[in-house]
Design a protein around this ligand. Structure first.
Ligand SMILES: *Cc1c(COP(=O)(O)O)cnc(C)c1O
Length: 396
């Protein structure tokens, strides 16, 4: 190994470990369902983003297998060579129909969708107004575009309006975009889409909503923008096929012109092999299930409301989430880590979330109750929360 690489790695790893930022990775020996096993130990799983339980849904598994039988395991090429199969087109049409837009484009992940879509439209002559708590993939996509990035205070619409006004009046930029998460993943708050639309119309902002945590959850599953009835007012409705949809992939839904542009300029679309046929078929089926039957989304909300009420009743601070994302806020970073470790030992799998993912002093564990949990599992989790919280003196 190169001496300089060796030095870089040794120093970097030691530094991470010293700061408590080095990730150890737990390996599941089961599917990522409502219960999981790790090293043979069964636990109630409150850590996944599998909102609707679709990751292990038998109907999705069946269409995945059927598409694999028909098309094979891989798409064989990038989309623009000959890796566009009928199932990709069917998936994109289904996404557009569900989102209420003219068209849609699918990418291989939500992360590379943000990398590809933002940089296909924004250039170094432009500016991007970006909520300070936006997801890492948005931040990286904005950087890649080389546009001027202007941070906007979290969900602060006065700050957005002020900064939009300044950017327009400066006359320095050809285009200005506002980009935001639809639902913020750490606190579960919902973007103020009506106010964003008003400001965007006043200052001619391009609007981009990353709905990774809103799709499958709000608007009868169709997402945050649909929840507010504003599907025709947001330019980019971006989402992922890996969270509520339960599979893998990302997409943008929008006007036909926008999608035509992204299909000729989105670099991951042009230079990275397309979604596997099985993944495309399963993702399409997930949307069909939501359209046919509202019980998946309903079960998610019932479980989330049930779980939140019980946690609050035994004395936990669960923040101000407006969605199923349920933080238990402890404040102290070390306590959050200790708490999660104890919960895991007792059979509830949850992860600590600390600085720099959330502000210093707001350390927490984050719970993601989903549609596949039974009331018995949630009750068992609550009993463990009560026991561990009392042991650590967090609740009385
Ligand atoms: C998870 C997430 C992504 C990335 O999606 P993947 O499909 O997992 O790559 C993008 N944006 C937000 C807000 C996310 O939470």
């Amino acid at each position: 190994m190169s001496k300089s690489l060796e030095h870089f790695l040794d120093e970097g790893l030691a530094n991470l470990k010293e700061k408590g930022l080095y990730n150890t990775i737990d390996v599941l020996d089961s599917a990522n369902g409502p219960e999981i096993t790790i090293d043979g130990k069964r636990m109630i799983n409150l850590a996944s983003n599998n909102y609707l339980g679709f990751a292990t849904n038998p109907d999705l598994m069946q269409v995945c297998n059927e598409a694999t039988d028909k098309y094979g395991v891989g798409a064989g090429a990038v989309r623009t060579i000959n890796g566009t199969l009928k199932i990709h087109e069917e998936l994109e049409n289904k996404i557009a129909e569900f989102k209420g837009t003219e068209a849609a484009i699918a990418f291989q992940s939500g992360f590379n969708c943000n990398m590809g879509a933002i940089s296909a439209v924004m250039t170094k002559e432009d500016a991007i107004l970006s909520d300070e708590l936006n997801h890492a993939s948005i931040i990286d996509g904005c950087r890649l575009s080389r546009a001027k990035i202007i941070r906007v205070k979290h969900q602060d619409m006065e700050d957005l309006e002020q900064k939009a006004k300044e950017a327009v009046e400066s006359g320095q930029y050809k285009k200005i975009m506002y980009i935001t998460d639809g639902v913020f993943s750490m606190d579960g708050d919902i973007a103020n889409i009506p106010e964003i639309v008003r400001i965007a119309e006043k200052y001619d902002l391009i609007t981009y909503v990353d709905d990774a945590h809103g799709s499958g959850v709000l608007g009868k599953g169709a997402g945050t923008v649909k929840h507010f009835g504003l599907s025709d007012k947001i330019d980019f409705q971006m989402g992922t096929l890996s969270k509520a949809i339960g599979v893998v992939g990302g997409y943008v839904a929008g006007s036909q012109r926008l999608i035509d542009w992204l299909k000729s300029q989105g670099r991951p679309f042009l230079f990275s092999t397309s979604l596997t046929p099985g993944a495309a078929a399963a993702a399409k089926k997930a949307i069909e299930l939501m359209q046919e039957d509202d019980h998946y989304v309903q079960d998610l909300w019932d479980n989330a409301n049930y779980f939140k009420e019980k946690l609050q009743a035994i004395g936990y601070d669960i923040g101000k989430s407006e969605t199923p994302i349920t933080p238990v806020i402890l404040g102290d970073e070390l306590l959050a880590q200790k708490f999660s470790k104890k919960l895991i030992e007792n059979g509830v799998y949850v992860k600590p979330i600390v600085f720099p993912t959330v502000p210093m002093g707001t350390g927490r564990v984050r719970n993601m109750p989903n549609a596949a949990h039974t009331k018995e599992m949630l009750d068992e989790a609550i009993a463990i929360y009560e026991k561990v919280g009392k042991e650590l003196g967090i609740i009385k």
